[in-house]
Design a protein around this ligand. Structure first.
Ligand SMILES: [Cu+2]
Length: 157
């Protein structure tokens, strides 16, 4: 959906006169990974409120830190979109939250305030896609439906 605001932001970005967007690389040292919580997609300023990266592949036992790079976001696991036996989580707004992933499978996660605007992401642990079918059955409000569908489709590619 191209709102007027997004349209103006896109034009500004094209003209190269928009505000400089910080585009820091999430840290990854092999077993520790980072997912940034951002007010706007670094590569696409017209796409507000994102997790960066939207899809993260890690090994079993690795940890992921949700980094509150911009204010006003949180990270919570999405019910029905984590493997059996995995612990759900629900971070506070602006919390720098580190989770260790010891159960292989797909984990869907959301930012609670921006869930229906499509601020969602996937973590795949141990290259295990065995709960893909279950994850696809979960229903979502607003833009989350479209974004989750497209991210899950990427996993199948
Ligand atoms: Cu958010």
């Amino acid at each position: 959906m191209l709102t007027r605001r997004n349209f103006v932001l896109s034009l500004t970005a094209l003209a190269g006169v928009g505000p400089a967007l910080a585009c820091p690389a999430p840290k990854a040292d092999g077993t520790s990974h980072g997912i940034l919580m951002l007010n706007a997609d670094c590569g696409d300023p017209g796409n507000p409120n994102v997790f960066e990266p939207a899809i993260l592949h890690i090994n079993t036992g690795d940890s992921v830190t949700f980094v509150p790079t911009d204010a006003g976001h949180n990270s919570a696991s999405k019910r029905g979109m984590i493997p059996d036996g995995a612990e759900p989580w629900n971070g506070a707004i602006d919390e720098r939250l580190t989770i260790e992933f010891n159960v292989p499978g797909i984990y869907g996660h959301i930012c609670v305030p921006h869930y229906e605007w499509g601020m969602v992401g996937l973590i795949v642990v141990g290259q295990d896609l065995s709960n893909l079918k279950a994850a696809k059955k979960v229903r979502h409000p607003g833009s989350a439906r479209k974004v989750f569908r497209s991210l899950l489709k990427e996993l199948e590619a």
